[in-house]
Ligand binder design. Structure first.
Ligand code: BJW
Ligand code: ZN
Length: 308
């Protein structure tokens, strides 16, 4: 489409009134105002530390201690954070409209904690609080494990300034910046600069890391790493839902739409008749050119406003 997307809230709310079947695709930006950093874009934590390279099966195989430290930190931060008004607005929409489903790429548990009905919430990339065994022959998994730290050796050093509830008053960018500092301090406390490739990686012994109660193998976070398939049941649910009838609207909230197959749901929804609304802090979005409405700014402010 050559036409610029509309930025008119009124025309959007008019359209929304007539919508029945609605999808939301969530990315890290929806949790930015809760103080959790995004992967890319404004306040992107991964850029400095190249954390996308930590979110791979190869990184975990080679450096399980380092990767577990990273996820332990992420679990800790997510547990300290509170859902924001965008999480609550979507949870409310889900309770009011049983023809609405959310596809979340986030692993932080904030939609669940905002009481989003679980049968309408599809976790495309798993959860920081699901744990599973890495042994090929073992099927051990557990869900909703909020133990922090998950094992003592993965404790966050006390001197790191983790976000408190008052962090939710800050803007996403401010909060992300203070998280940067917290990660810096965590790394300094361990006297390791993981941004410098020449530094030795801190080796925790396998006995320090979470261990499978069934087979004594190494446990891992139940998230989806690059090169891994998305959860089959979840994908089937979503695909069946989309196929079953035309879709009226897809809300694309706080995602760079750069990771597949999640990003493809925007096109799939459009092919099934959906209009596309994008909510993002940044103006230069790849999905902006092909959306019907574009609302620039903090999702925590805009989402409750447009769903009111
Ligand atoms: C705000 C804001 C505010 C800020 N308000 N907005 C096709 C083409 C090319 C490559 C591929 C392809 N298909 C598959 C691939 C490979 C790969 C891939 O996509 N690579 C791309 C990088 C090119 N995909 C995969 O490997 C996937 N698996 C797969 O395809 O398997 C195939 C297979 C089949 C059968 C057998 C075996 C394999 C898996 C992808 C898994 C992604 N995992 C991660 C890590 C999860 C765990 C963890 O959290 O550590 O998921 S990567 C990371 O990116 C995380 C996120 O969910 C995901 C998306 O990021 P998101 O949420 O969009 O965040 P950002 O930071 O990118 O964007 C934030 C946005 O918010 C920005 O736009 C900001 O502007 C905005 N923002 N503040 C509103 N306050
Ligand atoms: Zn096991």
């Amino acid at each position: 489409k050559a036409i610029a997307p509309s930025t008119d809230i009124q025309s959007f709310t008019e359209y929304l009134k007539g919508c029945r079947r609605i999808l939301a695709l969530l990315g890290a930006g929806i949790s930015a105002a809760s103080g959790l950093p995004t992967f890319r874009g404004v306040g992107g934590l991964w850029r400095q530390y190249d954390a996308t390279s930590l979110a791979t099966p190869e990184a975990f195989e080679d450096h399980p201690g380092l990767v577990w430290q990273f996820y332990s930190y992420r679990r800790h931060m997510a547990l300290q954070a509170q859902p924001n008004k965008a999480h609550y607005a979507l949870a409310e929409l889900a309770r009011k409209n049983k023809d609405f489903i959310t596809l979340s790429q986030n692993v932080d548990g904030l939609s669940q904690r905002a009481q989003h009905p679980s049968e309408q919430l599809n976790l495309l990339h798993g959860s920081l609080f699901d744990i599973k065994c890495t042994s090929f022959y073992c099927n051990y998994t557990r869900q909703n494990d909020f133990t922090d730290p998950i094992v003592p050796a993965l404790g966050i050093p006390k001197q790191s300034s983790s976000p408190t509830r008052s962090e939710t008053d800050k803007t996403g960018e401010e909060a992300s910046k203070s998280l940067y500092q917290a990660l810096d301090e965590t790394i300094k406390a361990k006297e390791v600069d993981i941004s410098d490739a020449s530094n030795p990686i801190p080796e925790l012994t396998p006995a320090d890391l979470p261990q499978c109660p069934q087979c004594k193998g190494l446990l891992r976070p139940g998230v989806v790493w690059f090169g891994e398939p998305l959860p089959t049941d979840t994908i089937k649910n979503v695909d069946d839902w989309i196929e079953s009838a035309p879709v009226d609207l897809i809300l694309v909230i706080g995602t760079s739409s750069s990771v597949y197959p999640a990003a493809l749901y925007v096109d799939t929804a459009r092919e099934h008749g959906a209009k596309v609304v994008v909510v993002n802090m940044e103006k230069d979005m790849p999905s902006r050119g092909t959306c019907d409405w574009f609302f620039q700014g903090d999702a925590a402010l805009i989402v409750p406003e447009i769903l009111k």
